[in-house]
Design a protein. Structure first.
Length: 208
């Protein structure tokens, strides 16, 4: 099963690398708009609520309109930092930070192309989260998630099962099912793609 998962990760990344700049820009623009619509229509946010985000890796999608909407609404934004990049059991901690302020960020010790908050930024209790935007290489139409293999998000989400979890992915990252999935692994509550928003909390699927 581990071999199947590694093969799938490689296949998904190959599809991404084969995208032309125009294709990637089109997907990015559509996902940014779809994410904004999802945030406005599904999350029921108010000023002072706390949302967990992440700084996307170069191959991941960003949601600049969503981030701007959070700020206008007065939502507090927290980002993860690895306590020990070599030990997933020590997990992640979360800090308030502003993407627009470069002084608040530094490259991750685990992945140099990933930005993390500086250690001196205010640390928050993840139990306060309203919801978390979860990254992933692939997702299933049942809410399953496949990450990069480090296990940091799986561990974090298993510790905080009540947090609302949502993800943003291109259509080629959304499959009917994923290999190597245990029944107890954390699943998404919502999955946003260019074509639709999939809900796993009892709401109807919304087509784009």
């Amino acid at each position: 099963m581990a071999q199947l998962a590694a093969q799938l990760r490689s296949e998904i990344q190959s599809v991404r690398k084969e995208l032309t700049e125009s294709e990637r820009n089109q997907i990015q623009a559509t996902l940014d708009l779809q994410a904004l619509r999802f945030i406005q229509n599904y999350l029921n946010l108010e000023a002072g609520m706390l949302v967990g985000l992440h700084r996307p890796l170069p191959w991941e999608w960003s949601i600049p309109q969503g981030v701007s909407y959070f700020k206008k609404l007065g939502v507090l934004l927290a980002y993860p930092r690895m306590r020990d990049p070599e030990d997933r059991l020590k997990g992640m901690c979360w800090h308030l930070a502003d993407e627009a302020n470069p002084a608040q960020w530094r490259p991750s010790a685990r992945v140099k192309t990933l930005l993390e908050p500086q250690e001196n930024m205010p640390e928050i209790d993840p139990a306060r989260f309203h919801s978390v935007w979860v990254p992933g290489v692939a997702f299933s139409r049942r809410g399953e998630r496949m990450g990069t293999g480090g296990g940091f998000y799986d561990l974090f989400l298993s510790h905080y099962p009540r947090i609302l979890k949502w993800a943003v992915a291109a259509r080629f990252q959304v499959l009917d099912s994923l290999p190597e999935q245990r029944p107890d692994e954390p699943r998404m509550n919502y999955l946003v793609s260019e074509a639709e928003t999939l809900s796993f909390v009892g709401r109807e699927v919304e087509k784009a």
